[in-house]
Structures are given as structure tokens and as C-alpha cells.
Write a protein that binds this ligand. Structure first.
Ligand SMILES: NC(=O)c1ccc[n+]([C@@H]2O[C@H](COP(=O)([O-])OP(=O)(O)OC[C@H]3O[C@@H](n4cnc5c(N)ncnc54)[C@H](O)[C@@H]3O)[C@@H](O)[C@H]2O)c1
Length: 441
């Protein structure tokens, strides 16, 4: 298997512009949404709040109540509401662009169909589930003559923009190495990767792709060079039946340990989310049909989110390290792990003239020439999806809408070619983990 990266040849994020690009539209941009789940709904809300004039002209979402509520809110007519993205794709194009926010396994087919119809694409990450499918999506966008923007929201966060400005201005000299941590958080991990949508490789994909294609993409953005070689180790160490404590039961609601000693008890996440709000409520909304005691109780009694974390059917890793060598001998060490509190990503960037330390909000620069520290607070809140990725979700949506409406592709930082390349690094890293080899790109 070969994994080609071509970062230096990427000059513009839009290789193929839709016919109307290059000049501003004199009407609102029109948008369709395929998959109005957590992400699709979030993008609709951001579009509603955006300064760019936008009209939502079509929604495809199988859950009737949700589809109807969103359609009413955004003024989508009856004949542009669909229970399946395929029904939308069976019609002539109903919008300038489509947000593809269905689950990972559907991205390929949906992106290909909408590209062929001439929709500009805002495609959720991961682009697709194999290197070949990622290539096929990039090719479909090229053949359809449409733009393809992948939702690598971390690039668009004000924190990242500021951090990149410091690096580009040479504040720490040349980058030599990077240490980057994705502290998923013990209950967030249990929700998504033990009980939830990303727990099984065969139903979704491996954890490095589903969670940290963001991080590998972000590192490429920060380092600004192609990866030459990658190695990786990691496994599912803890959330396995043999680690179930004595006396624990299949479901948390029946479990004597849930109220006493189990850190992963479903009540601690979903009932607290219901009663106290905050970030945990975002997860309670996903687990339960409604935000009521009865609905949460029902979800924990019968649904996947009430299962004991030691008795689920999960198989994705709970910790993984990836070592990367970039062109010019720059190195990066990346860790993803379940076993942390809910925190932002942490990064240290080691340069020839200084060190930059970042936590998703605060950036500290230590200057070796003066031994002085500069601290900048970029004040963007948390870095999780629930918190909008520290302004990254908003930054992405704003850039996407403006790029299309104003005909300014340069506003976008995540085009087809570059996203294809950074996804390929992720597939190479997973290959390295599975085989124990160093993979050369
Ligand atoms: N950019 C990020 O940081 C980020 C964060 C979380 C998730 N994601 C990605 O976003 C995508 C969506 O994730 P989510 O958390 O919103 O999941 P979700 O399950 O909440 O949303 C998916 C939606 O698609 C709908 N759907 C299913 N089949 C459909 C069909 N045939 N036609 C139309 N709609 C259909 C579902 O009913 C659901 O509402 C995934 O690919 C996920 O990996 C990205």
C-alpha cells in the first residue's frame, strides 16, 4: 500500500470552482443539509446566525420530528424535505452547496452523488473510511467541477489562527519538534467510543480516523511540511469484559457500583447532563429522545448509552501514540487517550529560538534569546464538538459561506487535495499500528 502526500504542491484549497465562483453572488447563497444530527443541526444554526445571506432550501433527515421542526424553523418547503439524502440527490440540484453530515460510512456515496449534481460540498470529517475512498471523493469533486471543503474545524479556531501567526512570524525560530495530546476525557470517551457511534471499527471506523484525523491534519497545518514516515502503537487496554469489577451488572441503572465507585456510570453523565446542563447536556441530548427524567431513564434502561462500559461491544483503541517524521527531519509525537479529565488539547512546539505551549485557549511563548515569557489568552472556550471546537465550527462555517457567496476560495483552509493528503497520513499511521512497521510515505 502506498500513501502519497503532496502538501507542498497545494497552492489553493479550491482546485475546482463552481461556475459562479470568482465573483460575488447578488442573491443569498442556498444551502441543503444531508443529515441533520448533532453536526448538521449545529451548522444550520451557525448558518442562521451568519452575516452572509443564506437560505436553507432542502433538508434530508430520516427522523420525522427533527426534520419537520428544522424545516419549519428554516422555512424549507414541504417538497424539499426528504427522509433520505438519496431522495434529495434524485432531484435536480436544489441549492448551491450541500452540508454532508451523515455518518462516516455514508460520506463516500453521498459526496459522489452531490458532486455529480454540481453541489459545492461541505463534508464532515473523516472524508471516508479508506484511503481509496478518500481519493474517490477528491476525484468526484474534480470531475463534478465543484469545491470540496472538509470540516477540519480546528484549523479555523481563533486559537489556531493566532498560534499559526506566531509560528509564521518566527517567534520560536524554526520548528524542530512537536508534542501534541488529545485528552479525549474519560466520560466523553465512554460515550462515543465505548457505548456510542464510534465504538466499533466495522460499524464506524478506527479511533485515530474518527477522533484524531483532526489532530493529524492540524499538525500538518502547523508544521507546514509533508510527512515522510510514521510509526504507531496503541490498543484497547481497559474497556474489556475481563476488567469488569466484581459485582457490576450489564446496565448502570441496576449496578450497585454505579452510585459508589464507578467513574464511568451512565448516571454520572446523562442524569447530571439533564439536571445541571453544561457540556454534559450535549451528550444527554444524543443519548435520550428528550430532555426529561423519563426519557433519560428509558434511554439508560434500554438504549446503548446505559450499558456497562466493560460489557459493550466496542473494539476501538482507548490509547494510541503516533510518531511522525516530516520533511526536513522535523518530528512530532501525538498521543490520544481516554484517561484524562475533559480538557482541551495540549501542544508544545519546540523551535530553534523558543518554545510555544498551547492548551486550546492560552498560548505561551518562551523566548530563548531573552528568557522572557509572553502569554496570550485567545479566550475561545473549550475545544470539544459540544463547545463548538473553540470557535472552530463558527470559523469554518463563516469561511465556507463567505468563500462561496463572495467568490473568495482563499478563505478556505481545507481543500480536497490537502485533506486527502492528511487523511492518508492517518491511514498510514493505523497501518503502522496494526503491523508494527514504520510506514514511509
Ligand atoms: N468536525 C467535527 O469535529 C466532528 C465532530 C463530531 C462528528 N463529526 C462527524 O460528523 C458526522 C455526523 O456526526 P453527528 O455527530 O452529527 O452524528 P448524528 O448521528 O447525530 O447525525 C447523523 C444524522 O444523519 C441522519 N441520517 C442517517 N441516515 C441518513 C440518510 N440516509 N439520509 C439523511 N440523513 C441520514 C441521522 O438520522 C442523523 O440525524 C459524522 O461523520 C461524524 O464523524 C465531526
Amino acid at each position: 500500500m502506498t500513501y502519497v502526500t503532496q502538501l507542498p504542491t497545494q497552492t489553493t484549497p479550491f482546485a475546482n470552482l463552481h461556475a459562479h465562483h470568482g465573483r460575488a453572488l447578488d442573491r443569498p447563497l442556498t444551502l441543503a443539509v444531508a443529515g441533520a444530527g448533532a453536526r448538521g443541526t449545529g451548522y444550520l444554526e451557525l448558518a442562521e446566525r451568519a452575516e452572509t445571506p443564506v437560505r436553507i432550501t432542502a433538508i434530508a433527515e430520516p427522523r420525522t420530528a427533527r426534520r419537520t421542526a428544522l424545516a419549519l424553523r428554516h422555512g424549507v418547503p414541504d417538497d424539499a424535505r426528504f427522509a433520505d439524502w438519496r431522495e434529495l440527490a434524485a432531484r435536480p440540484r436544489l441549492a448551491d452547496a450541500v452540508v454532508v453530515a451523515v455518518q462516516d460510512a455514508q460520506h463516500l456515496e453521498a459526496a459522489q452523488a452531490f458532486a455529480a449534481l454540481g453541489y459545492d460540498l461541505l463534508l464532515e470529517k473523516p472524508m471516508a473510511l479508506s484511503a481509496e475512498d478518500v481519493d474517490a471523493i477528491a476525484a468526484a469533486a474534480q470531475q463534478g467541477g465543484v469545491s470540496l471543503t472538509v470540516c477540519h474545524v480546528m484549523r479555523y479556531a481563533p486559537y489556531t489562527r493566532r498560534l499559526k501567526e506566531f509560528l509564521d512570524a518566527g517567534r520560536i525560530g524554526d520548528i524542530v519538534s512537536v508534542q501534541h495530546l488529545e485528552p479525549i476525557g474519560y466520560w466523553h470517551y465512554a460515550h462515543s467510543f465505548v457505548r456510542g457511534n464510534w465504538r466499533r471499527t466495522d460499524e464506524s471506523t478506527f479511533a485515530l480516523l474518527s477522533k484524531s484525523c483532526h489532530d493529524i491534519d492540524w499538525l500538518s497545518h502547523i508544521v507546514g511540511r509533508p510527512v515522510r514516515a510514521v510509526s504507531s502503537f496503541g490498543s484497547l487496554r481497559h474497556f474489556r469484559p475481563e476488567n469488569a469489577p466484581a459485582g457490576s451488572t450489564e446496565r448502570c441503572l441496576d449496578c450497585p457500583l454505579a452510585q459508589r465507585s464507578c467513574p464511568y456510570a451512565a448516571q454520572k453523565l446523562y442524569q447530571v447532563g439533564l439536571r445541571e446542563g453544561g457540556v454534559k447536556q450535549y451528550f444527554t441530548r444524543i443519548a435520550a429522545e428528550e430532555l426529561t427524567e423519563e426519557a433519560v431513564d428509558q434511554a439508560l434502561r434500554t438504549g446503548p448509552y446505559g450499558r456497562c462500559v466493560y460489557r459493550s461491544d466496542n473494539d476501538v483503541v482507548d490509547h494510541q501514540v503516533v510518531n511522525l517524521e516530516y520533511e526536513g527531519g522535523i518530528t512530532a509525537a501525538f498521543t490520544l487517550t481516554a484517561f484524562t479529565p475533559q480538557e482541551n488539547r495540549h501542544t508544545k512546539i519546540f523551535g530553534t529560538r523558543g518554545q510555544l505551549t498551547g492548551d486550546g485557549r492560552t498560548i505561551e511563548i518562551y523566548d530563548f534569546a531573552t528568557d522572557e515569557r509572553t502569554v496570550v489568552d485567545t479566550d475561545n472556550g473549550g475545544s470539544s464538538a459540544a463547545e463548538g471546537h473553540g470557535g472552530g465550527d463558527e470559523g469554518l462555517m463563516s469561511a465556507f459561506l463567505r468563500a462561496l457567496h463572495e467568490g473568495r476560495p482563499g478563505l478556505l483552509l481545507t481543500g480536497a487535495q490537502e485533506s486527502r493528503d492528511t487523511h492518508r497520513i492517518v491511514f498510514a499511521a493505523e497501518h503502522a499500528r496494526r503491523t508494527g512497521q514504520v510506514v514511509h510515505l
